[in-house]
Design a protein around this ligand. Structure first.
Ligand SMILES: NC(=O)c1ccc[n+]([C@@H]2O[C@H](COP(=O)([O-])OP(=O)(O)OC[C@H]3O[C@@H](n4cnc5c(N)ncnc54)[C@H](OP(=O)(O)O)[C@@H]3O)[C@@H](O)[C@H]2O)c1
Length: 252
């Protein structure tokens, strides 16, 4: 699929991967619809992009009706989307002594329910047209329950498996489904991490990789390859679970 003249809606477009992906897609000839909560960030990004290539609307993905209203606003300004990218997400790692009731729920609310609210808006119109493309930004964290990140890993695992099932269900519908599982990428999310992040990618490199995957309507992409090996083969198949858990918690 060429991006020339296509309209792609991106949730979580006010910073990090979403904002850089918007820049990358516009560079490749697309128009973008930007969604997130921070209006000034969206306005700023839209002003930075060439005139006529972007439109934006503020929305919280956890608010189903508000999100759907904002999506309709994008359609009114930019037309029917060819691709909807569910990228909005966040994480707040926690250690056992700081366990806060409700924190896990708020992560699931954004990462999983927000994603489902996005699908609820996109899928019926794509299916009616018999064309369209849904893209979900999951994570390498969807493959393993890493310590202190239960809700994040759980929400991303649910998202990845949901998309896998959907991809097969929609096989003959004309609607494509792509799952993206990035490793560590520079963004506001990873800026908060106070540990060394292995194989950390700059945002523009990740955005190029994601745009390539969307362009060829890939099924599932896991990057970088070192993380793909680690999560899909090493931790999942080669290393016994008990050893993996001991290594990850530093206990002998
Ligand atoms: N960076 C990584 O290493 C990495 C790795 C794997 C997966 N991911 C995934 O990539 C996606 C983008 O994250 P990022 O790394 O680019 O982090 P980021 O810079 O913090 O961007 C997160 C985006 O999501 C939006 N967002 C968060 N909660 C929202 C809500 N309730 N409603 C609407 N928008 C919301 C934020 O916008 P507002 O605050 O303006 O609403 C922001 O635009 C996330 O799903 C994340 O889980 C990131």
């Amino acid at each position: 699929m060429s991006f020339e003249g296509r309209f792609l809606v991106i949730t979580g477009a006010s910073s990090g991967i979403g904002a850089q992906l918007a820049r990358e897609l516009v560079e490749r000839g697309a128009r973008v619809g930007l969604l997130a909560r921070r209006e000034e960030r969206l306005q700023h990004l839209s002003n930075e992009l060439p005139p006529g290539t972007s439109t934006w609307a503020a929305a919280d993905v956890t608010d189903r009706e508000g999100l759907h209203r904002a999506c309709e606003q994008l359609v009114a300004e930019g037309g029917e989307p060819d691709v909807v990218i569910a990228n909005a997400g966040f994480n707040r790692p926690e250690t056992a002594p700081e366990f806060k009731p409700g924190r896990a729920l708020s992560i699931y609310d954004t990462n999983l329910l927000g994603f489902l609210h996005t699908l609820d808006w996109a899928l019926p119109r794509f299916l009616e047209r018999g064309a369209g493309h849904v893209v979900g930004i999951a994570s390498v964290a969807s493959y393993f329950g890493f310590p202190h990140n239960a809700a994040y890993c759980g929400s991303k695992a649910a998202m990845r498996v949901h998309l896998q099932s959907l991809r097969m269900s929609l096989k003959r519908s004309g609607v494509a489904v792509t799952t993206i599982c990035p490793g560590f990428v520079e963004s506001e999310l990873t800026q908060k991490n106070n540990f060394t992040m292995p194989f950390l990618w700059p945002t523009d490199r990740a955005a190029r990789r994601i745009a390539d995957a969307i362009e060829r309507r890939a099924a599932e992409v896991v990057f970088p390859w070192q993380m793909r090996w680690l999560v899909t083969l090493g931790l999942a198949r080669l290393v016994p679970r008990s050893l993996a858990e001991r290594l990850l918690t530093g206990s002998g």
